[in-house]
Design a protein around this ligand. Sequence first.
Ligand code: GDP
Ligand code: MG
Length: 441
Amino acid sequence: LSERLSGVFDRLTKQGALSEEDVKTALREVRVALLEADVSLPVARDFVKAVQDKATGQAVTKSITPGQQVVKIVHDTLIDVLRGEGEPGSLKIDNAPAPILMVGLQGSGKTTTTAKLAKRLKDRDGKRVLMASLDVNRPAAMEQLAILGVQIGVDTLPIVKGENPVQIAKRAKTQAAMGGYDVYMLDTAGRLSIDEELMQQVEAVRDVSNPRETLLVVDGLTGQDAVQTAENFNDRIGISGVVLTRMDGDGRGGAALSMRAVTGKPIKFVGLGEKMDALETFEPERIAGRILGMGDIVALVEKAQETIEAEQAEKMMRRMAKGQFNMNDLKMQLEQMLKMGGMQGMMGMMPGMGKMAKQVEEAGFDDKVLKRQIALIQSMTKKERANPALLQASRKKRIAKGAGLEVSELNKLMKMQRQMSDMMKKMGKGGMLKQAMKGMM
Ligand code: GDP
Ligand code: MG
């Protein structure tokens, strides 16, 4: 996105000051990017409007380049909107025992989040927590929470079959008071979609328990649907905050912006996996970067431009955007990495490659390894470089020998090329890389 914007604005610089029309043109791109990140349409529209007002006013100052200025405004505005008021990750849990009500659709991650949060309160804040499952609809739901409780060392309310959610909530309150707990958490049942019965049930529970916090648990991958859910829960139940789950997934995190816009309530935590410690305080900066861009391609491109000729880079980017990545491309990358201070630096900047960068780091890559790998590619024929599928046993032996290295090292190199190639194909398919590069090419 940043590239697309910079492209548009750098062309504008030459024409002088920015008009409202110019800003509009650029912000159309922003809107597309937001929609691609699963931000709901009205939210994206409002956001763009807000940025437009700010940008048009500021553009005349012409301090930095207009492109940078607008990118920064978009970014800053996004962070502002995402942050809201209050301390992220904080909960009102004074006046023991403080009830926390967990609501949301079925499968959104309520039960998991209940346990994660209980563990966090216990471990970080030294709180005594009692968890109670109010899910009388789904078989084994109560047992699920009880098992998690044992796992994390947090008490759960004993299961009494035949009670309704309101009765369970009342019993939890009594037990929490008598047992000297600081917090008690009510994990409610969810439906696959909002319905009247669900809402009435949650309302009744809210009325008997009077929660200090009512947290809406939303699957961060659901995108547009999440908006309706949030709106309904907020209107009927009155939520105090949001927890976004499955943010470890591939989603772009647009739900975060939608949630903020629709409910006005803070996003307090994000779920980053199924494990009990995979819950983190919400960080607006991180999500903003994710919504707007794909890794830090801007920085990558800038760095690359310093060290390689633009022509070469362009050719490689084009091939990458088409999902092509053979040994020649790998060689070029390896050579650049040598120049740019190693592999981790470069990969860390590319989308989806953080994990690979870590593997690379663990594998102990350094300049020596890079040089050996380049030597291996150099001892391949032209045909082999263009089509690594040709590399069968006898050829491999010859190549390794030519470079004075082991076949196992060649195998590692080939695996790397295959992984990169797969990744490029995936990115090429989604058109992500292509779009990101549009502005610069
Ligand atoms: P509930 O129906 O709302 O109570 O949902 P559950 O807590 O039972 O979660 C449904 C599924 O989502 C389970 O398999 C969880 O392990 C999984 N889950 C919950 N939170 C996360 C998360 O942050 N990341 C991932 N990857 N999975 C999650
Ligand atoms: Mg559940």
